[in-house]
Design a protein around this ligand. Structure first.
Ligand code: SF4
Ligand code: SF4
Length: 358
């Protein structure tokens, strides 16, 4: 395993970290998986009570038993207007109790956004609970996760309140790249989640291979791309099988980021996107209420993954999984959506093309 500094915390974190949201219903397998991950050198486990219908941390705990010494386990709790310091504190204690730990090296404010800042800062609110838990040694460092705009996340990290942030980052979604760079500049640890874009980056793509100059399966390229960014502390992967774990560990162990040119990779990916210019669907959904009942933004996303990033196998499978009434063949070519689209995209033509993949 390779390790990287985790921002200014003084911890070194494994380049591959374990997202615990995909553990299975099999307790014996989960225990083996977590314990094998520790053996392989993974030292960061991202958990919350709220994953897997409230069972995530119960599934993690047996594998960590007796091994949590040098391990960073993060817990996570959401924030809302009515969340008080009392409730947040109770949740920290509850998650520690389930995991069998006496403290969290990291605790995340989950599902956070700039709009939640007043609820974090209010008297008797979440930050009061966090600072008190830090004073009492229940939490060492605090981070946040969420899906706000890059501009708003930059404002969040510039408050100086946080030691880390966890954001989606991968070859086909690089919108947080500037925030990640700013976070590293400010000394925050950065956890990249969704390195394989929720499974999209598991399908073969010659287009992506050429763009980033790696001749590897897409999943391996996806992990290596994320770790080529020097501002990323760790790539967090949601693993559910021993094979997946071993494959990911191999991908990272054999990889020296010093041997690749990250800027060149980014330029290669930029060139792919630039082919569409401003004709990119931003998933804004202004075109909603299709008379045929189609989820246009979803179909346009599939078209783009196919046409821009060459992920044809994934696109075929995504279309196969759609219910019959949501497939692109249901488009009546009425073009009502095109009038509402701020980018004036030729939705009906793209859906016609997409239908040829079925
Ligand atoms: S052109 Fe197709 S996708 Fe667009 S509104 Fe009409 S039926 Fe829906
Ligand atoms: S309005 Fe245009 S850009 Fe927005 S989701 Fe629809 S097709 Fe995409």
């Amino acid at each position: 395993m390779r390790y990287r500094p985790f921002g200014r915390t003084g911890y070194n974190v494994s380049a591959l970290s374990f997202g615990c949201m995909r553990l299975q219903d099999d307790p014996a397998l989960n225990e083996k998986l977590i314990s094998r991950a520790v053996e392989r050198g993974i030292n960061y486990f991202e958990t919350t009570r709220h994953y897997l219908n409230g069972t995530c941390q119960h599934r993690v705990a047996p594998g960590l038993k007796g091994k949590s010494g040098g391990i960073i386990v993060s817990g996570k709790e959401g924030i809302s207007p009515d969340k008080s310091a009392y409730h947040f504190r109770k949740e920290i204690e509850r998650q520690l109790d389930i995991l069998g730990l006496d403290h969290f090296k990291f605790f995340q404010v989950g599902w956070f956004s700039w709009g939640m800042m007043p609820h974090l800062l209010k008297r008797g609110g979440v930050l009061d609970a966090i600072r008190r838990a830090q004073d009492e040694g229940l939490i060492r460092f605090v981070g946040f996760t969420g899906h706000d705009t890059p501009e708003n996340f930059t404002r969040c990290i510039e408050t100086g309140l946080f030691d880390s942030l966890t954001v989606p980052y991968n070859m086909i979604n690089r919108q947080y790249e500037p925030v990640i760079a700013r976070a590293a500049e400010l000394g925050l640890g950065v956890v990249a989640m969704c390195a394989v874009a929720g499974g999209v980056l598991t399908s073969p793509s010659d287009t992506l291979r050429k763009a980033i100059g790696m001749d590897l399966p897409t999943t391996a390229m996806a992990l290596r791309f994320v770790l080529s960014n020097p501002n990323i502390s760790t790539a967090c992967s949601g693993m559910s099988t021993l094979e997946m774990l071993e494959e990911n560990v191999r991908t990272i162990a054999d990889f020296d980021p010093g041997q690749v040119d990250f800027t060149e990779m980014c330029q290669g990916l930029d060139r792919l996107r630039d082919k569409l210019g401003s004709n990119f669907c931003t998933a804004c959904r202004y075109c909603a209420e299709c008379p045929a009942g189609l989820e246009i933004w979803r179909l346009m996303g599939i078209w783009q993954h196919w046409k821009v990033f060459g992920l044809e196998t994934w696109a075929r499978e995504a279309l196969r999984q759609l219910p019959a009434e949501k497939k692109p063949t249901m488009c009546t070519q009425c073009k009502a959506c095109e009038e509402k689209c701020p980018n004036r995209l030729e939705v009906s033509e793209r859906l016609k093309e997409l239908a040829t993949l079925m």
